[in-house]
Design a protein around this ligand. Structure first.
Ligand SMILES: Cc1cc2nc3c(=O)[nH]c(=O)nc-3n(C[C@H](O)[C@H](O)[C@H](O)COP(=O)(O)OP(=O)(O)OC[C@H]3O[C@@H](n4cnc5c(N)ncnc54)[C@H](O)[C@@H]3O)c2cc1C
Ligand SMILES: NC(=O)c1ccc[n+]([C@@H]2O[C@H](COP(=O)([O-])OP(=O)(O)OC[C@H]3O[C@@H](n4cnc5c(N)ncnc54)[C@H](O)[C@@H]3O)[C@@H](O)[C@H]2O)c1
Length: 473
C-alpha cells in the first residue's frame, strides 16, 4: 500500500476546496488536494451556470411571447429545443474550461484522484489504494441531490438537476417535485421553453420565501403561469414504455394521475459527509452526519479538522462556499494559530421571474416586537409598470429603536440587484433614515424600495413620539 504524509489534506476540489487550496498553499508546500469525480465544480458543471443559461433562454422566449403588451406583434415564437440545449452546454463547457484551467495550474504533485474516507482523525484512505496521513484536514465535499424513495419507480425517466443540462432535446412534459430554489428555477425555465410543466409542493413553500404574504403573491403569480400544485403528496411513480406515470394526492384527498416524459426530483440536497467515515474521527456530528463547526473559523470539534461549503450544510451558496473554503484553508495552513474569518451579511437570490431575494435576517429569525416592517407592493410602482414588471412585494425589517436595517425579503423586479443594495446596507448597519438620505434617481425600481423605507420611517417616528409622551407622563 502506498503511503504519503502531508501537512494539509483537502477533500474535494470544488469551489470550497479550490479556495482552501489557494490559501493553504501560502503556508505550506506539503498538500494533498483530493478529488473523487470530475474537476470543474458543481457550480460551473451542473449548478449556477447551466441553470442560469437555461433561464436566459427562457426569459428571451417569454419576452418575445409577451411583447404584445407593448403593442409589438411577434407572430410566433418557435423553441428549437436542440439549439437551446446546445447553447446551454457550449457556454457551460466554456465556464467549466476556465475552472479546469485553474486546476491545471495547481502543482501536479499536490493533486490526488480518488474518493477519500477517514480511517481515523489524521489518516485518509483513498479508493485508489493510497493512504494519506495529514496534520490538518479540510472537508470540502459538497452535496448531492436527495431523491425520495417514492420517485425511484420513475427509473430512467427520473431526472436531477445534473441530467437536465444533458438533455439533447427539450421534452414535451415534466413533473417537477419540490418548489425550492432548484425546482422553481428549472421548472419555470422549462415551462417558458414550451415544456408542459406540473410542479408539486408538499406544503406551501415556494423558493424558500418565509413571509406568508409575499409567498401568497408568489404562489398566485406562478400559478397564473404554469400548473403549480400546493399541498400535493406523490404516492407512486412508475416508468412506462413512453414516459412515467405519477400518482399524487392533492389537499382534500383528491388523487390525480398524470403521464409525463420525465420527473424532475428537486427535493433538496444532502451534504456529502455521510460516506466519509467520520465516525472514525470522534468528531461531534449534528443532523445528517454533518460535523458541528464554528461559523468563523470553520473548525470542527477536532481542532485540526475544518469543514467548508455545501458539506457544512449551513449556507449552500457559491459565495459562501468560496469564503468558507478560503477561511478553512488559511486556518489549516496556519494551524495551530487559527483566526476568525470575515463573514458577510446574508444574501440569497432565486432566479425565477419575478426573482426572489432574501437579505440579512428575515422576520421569523428576529425576536417579535423588536423590529418594524416597512413594505411596498410593486403593482403600481412607476418604473416597474413602465417595463410591465409590476408584480411582487418587498418587506424590510428594521430595529424598532435604533432604526438599523436588519434584513429584507423580496419577490419582484430586479430583486438580484435590489438584494445587493439591501445586503450592503445591512452589512454597514445603516439606519432607515441614513438610507433615505441616499440618492434615488427617477424613474427607477429603487423608488419602490424608498417607499418601503418611508413606510418604516413613519412607524419609527410614531414609536419615538409614543415613547416621548410616555416619558413625559
Ligand atoms: C442546480 C443548481 C443551481 C445552483 N445555482 C446557484 C446560484 O445561482 N447561486 C449560488 O450562489 N449557488 C447556486 N448553487 C449552489 C452552489 O452550486 C453550491 O453552493 C456550490 O457549488 C458548493 O460548492 P462546494 O465546493 O461546497 O461543493 P462542490 O463544488 O460540489 O465540490 C465538492 C467536490 O468534492 C468532491 N468529493 C465529494 N466527496 C469526496 C470524497 N469523499 N473524496 C474526494 N472528493 C470528494 C466532489 O466530487 C466535488 O467535486 C446551485 C446549485 C445547484 C445544484
Ligand atoms: N439561485 C441560487 O442561489 C440557487 C439555485 C439553485 C440552488 N441553490 C442552492 O441549492 C440548495 C438546494 O436547492 P433545492 O431546491 O434542491 O433545495 P430546497 O431546500 O430549496 O428545496 C427543496 C424542496 O423540496 C421539497 N421536498 C423535500 N423533500 C421532499 C419530499 N420527500 N417530497 C416532496 N417534496 C420534498 C421541500 O419542501 C422544498 O420545497 C438551495 O438551498 C440553494 O442554497 C441556489
Amino acid at each position: 500500500m502506498l503511503k504519503r504524509k502531508v501537512d494539509v489534506a483537502i477533500i474535494g476540489t470544488g469551489t470550497a476546496g479550490m479556495g482552501a487550496y489557494r490559501e493553504a498553499r501560502k503556508h505550506t508546500d506539503s498538500i494533498a488536494l483530493i478529488e473523487g469525480s470530475h474537476y470543474g465544480t458543481t457550480c460551473a458543471r451542473v449548478g449556477c451556470m447551466p441553470s442560469k443559461l437555461l433561464i436566459a433562454a427562457a426569459e428571451a422566449a417569454h419576452g418575445a411571447k409577451h411583447a404584445s403588451v407593448f403593442g409589438l406583434n411577434v407572430p410566433t415564437v418557435e423553441t428549437d429545443g436542440a439549439s437551446v440545449m446546445d447553447r446551454v452546454r457550449r457556454e457551460r463547457d466554456r465556464f467549466v474550461g476556465f475552472v479546469v484551467e485553474d486546476v491545471d495550474d495547481f502543482d501536479d504533485s499536490h493533486k490526488v484522484r480518488g474518493y477519500a474516507r477517514f480511517l481515523d482523525a489524521h489518516r485518509l484512505q483513498i479508493d485508489n489504494g493510497l493512504e494519506i496521513t495529514a496534520d490538518r484536514i479540510v472537508i470540502a465535499t459538497g452535496s448531492r441531490p436527495f431523491i425520495p424513495e417514492v420517485l425511484e419507480g420513475a427509473g430512467n425517466r427520473l431526472l436531477v438537476n445534473d441530467d437536465v443540462f444533458e438533455l439533447e432535446h427539450l421534452p414535451s412534459s415534466v413533473l417537477v417535485v419540490g418548489t425550492g430554489v432548484i425546482g422553481l428555477e428549472l421548472g419555470q425555465a422549462l415551462s417558458r421553453l414550451n415544456v408542459k410543466v406540473t410542479m408539486l409542493s408538499r406544503n406551501e413553500s415556494i423558493g424558500g420565501i418565509a413571509d406568508s404574504e409575499i409567498r401568497k403573491i408568489a404562489a398566485d403569480t406562478f400559478q397564473s403561469e404554469f400548473d403549480l400544485v400546493l399541498h400535493a403528496e406523490v404516492l407512486a411513480a412508475k416508468e412506462t414504455l413512453n414516459g412515467v406515470q405519477v400518482t399524487y394526492r392533492k389537499s382534500g384527498g383528491i388523487v390525480h394521475t398524470v403521464v409525463v416524459d420525465y420527473v424532475l426530483a428537486a427535493t433538496g440536497r444532502i451534504p456529502n459527509t455521510d460516506k466519509l467515515g467520520l465516525e472514525n474521527t470522534g468528531i461531534a456530528l449534528g443532523a445528517r452526519s454533518v460535523p458541528d463547526s464554528d461559523r468563523y473559523t470553520m473548525q470542527t470539534s477536532a481542532p485540526h479538522i475544518f469543514i467548508a461549503g455545501d458539506a457544512k450544510n449551513e449556507l449552500p451558496l457559491l459565495h459562501e462556499a468560496s469564503d468558507e473554503g478560503r477561511i478553512a484553508g488559511s486556518n489549516a495552513g496556519t494551524f495551530p494559530t487559527v483566526e476568525p474569518g470575515h463573514r458577510r451579511a446574508g444574501l440569497g437570490v432565486v432566479f425565477s421571474d419575478p426573482q426572489i431575494a432574501s437579505v440579512g435576517k428575515r422576520a421569523h429569525e428576529l425576536l417579535p416586537y423588536t423590529f418594524i416592517t416597512g413594505k411596498v407592493s410593486f403593482h403600481n410602482q412607476g418604473r416597474s409598470r413602465v417595463m410591465a414588471k409590476n408584480q411582487g412585494m418587498l418587506k424590510i425589517y428594521a430595529d424598532k429603536h435604533s432604526g438599523i436595517l436588519l434584513g429584507a425579503e423580496m419577490f419582484g423586479p430586479a430583486a438580484e440587484h435590489i438584494g445587493h443594495l439591501l445586503a450592503w446596507a445591512v452589512q454597514q448597519s445603516l439606519t432607515v433614515n441614513e438610507i433615505l438620505g441616499m440618492p434615488f434617481y427617477h424613474p427607477v425600481i429603487e423608488e419602490g424600495v424608498r417607499t418601503a423605507f418611508r413606510d418604516a420611517a413613519e412607524q419609527l417616528k410614531t414609536i419615538e413620539r409614543e415613547e416621548a409622551s410616555h416619558a413625559v407622563a
